[in-house]
Ligand binder design. Structure first.
Ligand code: SAM
Length: 283
């Protein structure tokens, strides 16, 4: 993973510190709020995530936590206090803030009790060989952060090896995408590549590449799946590009019964992944 750029604000670099903040004008809070913007996330290599469970998940997964902002009225809650103490022990800055500050950071009227600042980690195509073997979900030009987050959660639940973002996509580190992962964010490796990089890599990839396509003439249930594999999913509006579709070993379709033209991207990913992993899943 590329080394995240350090943020300019000195407070964010101070390890294991604790401070109380009530002012919306506080420079550290301003830095944290700016992480709502993709540009600032890209510049700093950091991102925001809400909720004490998310922060605890990150710590349990050994994910680098820079800062935890904790609501004053929740700081005595045992789980919150334990999570904050663990974060501080790992070198994070813990900030106690009032509700107005929490609401401003999260842009929500009823903010969560904990908001974390985490380091971004995303690999390139080499991450696929480095991760455990299995199914990587390749999302071409995914636009909707809710879809992306839901797919990361589904990848976690159904045991995919990782999620690969192909081409220009929505930011996986955006608040809405992270929120939709429901804590699975820290358990699913992420990678990204351009379409050209993916097509070049695919030439020497020894696994199966399965694309889902509305023009696919093959019933998704009729293929003999094996792992490792890539499951390629198309963009919400345009589907898979012709170049990506041409790179697939199979173009499969999920049969539909009603009047809908297509299934939602996250739903179809869930169905396809379940079908491919059917034999590997057990209650
Ligand atoms: N108008 C787009 C098209 O013609 O492809 C619709 C794209 S659909 C909303 C988004 C993605 O979900 C598709 O590219 C495909 O990967 C997957 N998908 C949705 N419904 C599907 C189905 N019935 N069979 C296979 N894939 C499907």
């Amino acid at each position: 993973a590329p080394d995240p750029v350090r943020p300019p604000n000195a407070d964010l670099q101070r390890a294991g510190a604790f401070k109380a903040v009530t002012s919306l004008a506080n420079p550290t809070i301003k830095e944290i709020r700016a992480l709502q913007l993709r540009k600032h996330r890209a510049e700093t290599g950091l991102f925001l995530g809400e909720g004490v469970k998310l922060a605890a998940d990150a710590l349990a997964a050994g994910w680098p936590v820079r800062t935890l902002v904790v609501a004053s009225d929740a700081i005595a809650h045992p789980f919150v206090a334990r999570t904050a103490a663990t974060a501080r022990a790992r070198g994070a800055l813990v900030i106690e803030a009032n509700e107005a500050v929490m609401a401003k950071i999260s842009r929500r009227d009823n903010p969560q009790t904990v908001i974390g600042v985490f380091e971004q980690h995303i690999g390139g195509l080499e991450a696929i060989a480095a991760a455990r073997p299995g199914i990587w979900i390749a999302l071409e030009a995914v636009r909707d952060p809710g879809n992306l987050g839901t797919i990361v959660r589904t990848a976690d639940a159904l045991g995919a090896a990782g999620v690969l973002l192909v081409g220009e996509t929505t930011d996986p580190f955006g608040l809405e995408a992270v929120r939709a992962t429901m804590g699975s964010f820290f358990h699913v490796p992420l990678a990204r590549a351009s379409v050209a990089e993916f097509l070049a890599w695919r030439k020497s990839y020894r696994g199966l590449v399965v694309g889902t396509h509305l023009a696919g003439a093959v019933d998704i249930r009729s293929v003999d799946y094996r792992e490792p594999a890539v499951l390629a999913m198309g963009n919400e509006q345009a589907g898979l590009s012709p170049e990506m579709a041409a790179a697939c070993d199979h173009l499969v379709k999920i049969p539909m019964a009603g009047q809908a033209d297509s299934l939602n991207l996250a739903i179809s990913t869930g169905i396809a992944l379940f079908e491919m992993r059917r034999g590997k899943l057990a209650l």
